[in-house]
Design a protein around this ligand. Structure first.
Ligand code: SF4
Length: 707
């Protein structure tokens, strides 16, 4: 008898690989995992994390039952308690006294319902997501340039490009299957050049024709210099700039002020002028250029400007909307983009509409039949935990994320939650640093039990399908949120019975008054506005917009040179380059860089269950340049203390020439549960980009000493 095979999607990074899971023994949670050969994002390939998913679907450390104040209870008791306490606090202090902190791990349907409850019916925009820490600067960059949060490219563009520039992206470890596509494209096309712009020599440099190890934080200077070079070299696409964009002269003037010559750029970035000149010449001479950028750009106090400095160069050269070219943001999480679609960020409304646009607020209110839709932005992640700490926010519901480990200034986040009147945590994991501080624990279904959709970094919507029945008393996040909403008095709007029903409503909202009469919006799923259960069950991976005219989806956007601004033109943004907000000094002379490892995911609650993955790097470590280690008499494999003005951690010393002098690298994954002094979040400065609110997680001044 053949065993049932389920097509689903990997729950880790934003590449969004398709999986074929064969359930060997449902009772024992035994499953064989393979890449889905038919999924257009990975064509059967999986990286080490995806391939070992079968090792992580155990009941070890699963949260299985609801509890209130440490006592197990039934669902009715827990839901009544959460709804009752939220109502009390809102009645006494107003809707802005409560908050949701959600996650790019949630499915789109979960996200949609959480956002609808907070923004549509509680009437506050205090819902933010951990995706704030990963891609909110990219959102600002796209919105400023294109009038909408629209990623224009697809993975197929990587295979058609003749030049790929990876900026602040260690795709080899953080987006491994997308990187493998780049590697294969390079094998197949000897003319394809790869440039890596990163202070650290990472695994992504293995295929680089040129590595630019620039001074941390100086990316905008480099791309302003490139814009000046394109102008000097006569490589501006004058027709494109004149007819389809605004603001070129101002952006060029600002670039010339800061980065007028190759020598000035090289000096400011601390790079070899010949290397800078080579990069500029390749970019200027290669029409099919894709610039991939990721957390090294976004996680910065000027991340939004860095994104626009990159996009400016693509607009100036007209390299957008055609095969093999474009500015391509690589987001981190499996459903970071799904969260953006439904308005999971505190400054966005659902379906890519804006909180600061009264017409959008009115439209969403009419669609949801609610008169209390929030009409001003809520607290972004760092602000939200500050507000919890100072008592402005008195109740927080944290869904599927572990901010006590992952937030900057994590010790202060922990103290804030310790003081908070009501902390509700819904998660599939029992024993996280954050769950330990919860008054109410609500067991959610995990990957292998969830049922819904995710959107990957190339706008491709794929299904996550259940392999097993829910464990213990776990329930889907959308079910939990809906049942609380019903108890808060919003029964009609939250009477959902299935994820298909929620997806249908989400799609219908995207299509609601989405036409030239009301100003077109980019996010459009009108083809699914009446989708039924059977069609939802068999939904094939597809890239939005998916409209009645384009039911097969849209691999590439802006081929028609029409953008989502009022005049349908793209916008250049003048960028004045800035370094990190907090500078190194005599007390804290090193720049701390943080990031992912190849074989771990976030705070290791799942990947930590797979022995094979733990073997890669078993404990927290800090990478340091050999000359710095020698000067400080730090021996390889010894223990070191790293301190910033915000906190400290201990880590094993790894001496490596790939590290820039004056920089340290620490992985982000270890929790207080695994290593009591290994939380890197405790070190990270809580300064943020003024437009996106994204924290500067890549540049914190620190010092290091032997322990
Ligand atoms: Fe999963 Fe990302 Fe690896 Fe694909 S590349 S298998 S989505 S972790």
């Amino acid at each position: 008898m053949s065993l049932p095979t389920v097509k689903t999607t990997c729950p880790y990074c934003g590449v969004g690989c398709g999986i074929e899971a064969t359930v060997e023994d449902p009772a024992a949670h035994r499953v064989t995992i393979k890449g889905d050969p038919d999924h257009p994002s990975n064509f059967g390939k999986l990286c080490s994390k995806g391939a070992t998913l079968g090792d992580t679907v155990t009941l070890e450390n699963r949260l299985l039952y609801p509890s209130v104040d440490g006592r197990r209870c039934d669902w009715d008791t827990a839901l009544d308690h959460v709804a009752g306490r939220f109502r009390q606090i809102i009645a006494k202090h107003g809707p802005d006294a409560v908050a949701f902190y959600v996650s790019g791990q949630l499915l789109t349907e979960d996200y949609y319902v959480a956002n609808k409850l907070m923004k549509g019916f509680i009437g506050s925009a205090n819902i933010d997501t951990n995706s704030r820490l990963c891609m909110s600067s990219a959102v600002v960059g796209y919105k400023r340039a294109f009038g909408a949060d629209t990623v224009p490219c697809s993975y197929a563009d990587l295979e058609l490009a003749e030049l790929i520039v990876l900026v602040g992206s260690n795709a080899a470890w953080c987006h491994p299957i997308a990187f493998q596509r780049i590697r294969k494209a390079k094998d197949n096309n000897p003319n394809l050049k790869v440039v890596v712009v990163d202070p650290r020599r990472t695994a992504s440099c293995d295929i680089a024709d040129l590595h630019l190890p620039l001074k941390p934080g100086m990316d905008a200077l480099l791309f302003n210099g490139l814009l000046c070079h394109l102008q000097r070299d006569g490589r501006i696409d004058k027709d494109y700039v004149a007819n389809f964009t605004n603001g070129f002269a101002e952006a060029l003037h600002q670039a010339e002020t800061s980065a007028g010559s190759v020598a000035a750029v090289a000096a400011g970035c601390e790079l070899d002028p010949a290397d800078v000149g080579q990069f500029f010449a390749w970019f200027a001479g290669t029409e099919r250029t894709v610039t991939v950028y990721s957390q090294g750009i976004n996680q910065s106090s000027s991340g939004s400007d860095k994104c626009n400095a990159i996009i400016n160069c693509h607009l100036a050269s007209g390299r957008l909307g055609k095969p093999g070219m474009g500015p391509f943001s690589f987001t981190g999480q499996p459903n970071a983009m799904g969260g953006r679609e439904v308005g999971g960020l505190a400054n966005m409304l659902a379906a890519h509409m804006d909180l600061d646009n009264p017409a959008h607020v009115d439209r969403v209110g009419r669609f949801w039949h609610s008169e209390r839709v929030a009409d001003k932005p809520g607290l972004k992640a760092v602000e939200m935990f500050e507000a919890i700490g100072d008592g402005r926010v008195k109740a927080v519901w944290i869904m599927a994320t572990n901010p006590v480990v992952s937030m900057p200034d994590a010790d202060r986040v922990k103290q804030a939650l310790q003081r908070c009147e009501l902390v509700v945590v819904s998660d599939c994991i029992a024993n996280t640093d954050t769950a330990q501080l919860a008054h109410v624990l609500l067991p959610a279904t995990g990957w292998s039990e969830k049922d819904g959709t995710v959107t990957n970094l190339e706008r491709r919507i794929s299904r996550q399908r259940p392999l097993f029945a829910a464990s213990g008393e776990a329930r889907h996040d959308w079910w939990i949120i809906s049942r609380v909403a019903q108890r808060m008095g919003f029964a009609d709007a939250f009477a959902y019975q299935s994820s298909a029903e929620i997806f249908r409503e989400h799609a219908a909202l995207s299509a609601f008054e989405n036409d030239s009469e009301h100003q077109l919006r980019d996010f459009d799923l009108s083809a699914f506005a009446t989708i039924g259960q059977t069609e939802f069950d068999s939904l094939q991976p597809v890239q939005w917009p998916v409209t009645r005219e384009r039911p097969q989806g849209s691999p590439q956007l802006f081929g028609d040179k029409q953008f989502f601004t009022a005049d349908r033109k793209a916008r250049f943004i003048p960028v004045a380059p800035q370094g990190p907000r907090n500078k190194v000094d005599a007390d804290y002379p090193f720049t701390l860089n943080t990031g992912r490892l190849r074989d771990q995911w976030h705070t290791m609650t799942r990947t930590g269950l797979a022995a094979k993955l733990n073997a890669h790097r078993p404990e927290p470590f800090v990478e340091i340049h050999p000359a710095d280690a020698e000067r400080l008499q730090l021996k390889n494999r010894s223990l070191a203390r790293i301190e910033s003005r915000w906190g400290q951690m201990l880590a094993r010393v790894e001496i490596g020439a790939g590290q820039r002098r004056g920089s340290l690298f620490v992985p982000m994954h270890w929790t207080g549960q695994v290593s009591s002094h290994g939380r890197m979040g405790a070190l990270v400065n809580p300064v943020v980009d003024p437009y996106s609110g994204q924290p500067e997680s890549k540049q914190t001044p620190v010092r290091i000493s032997a322990w």
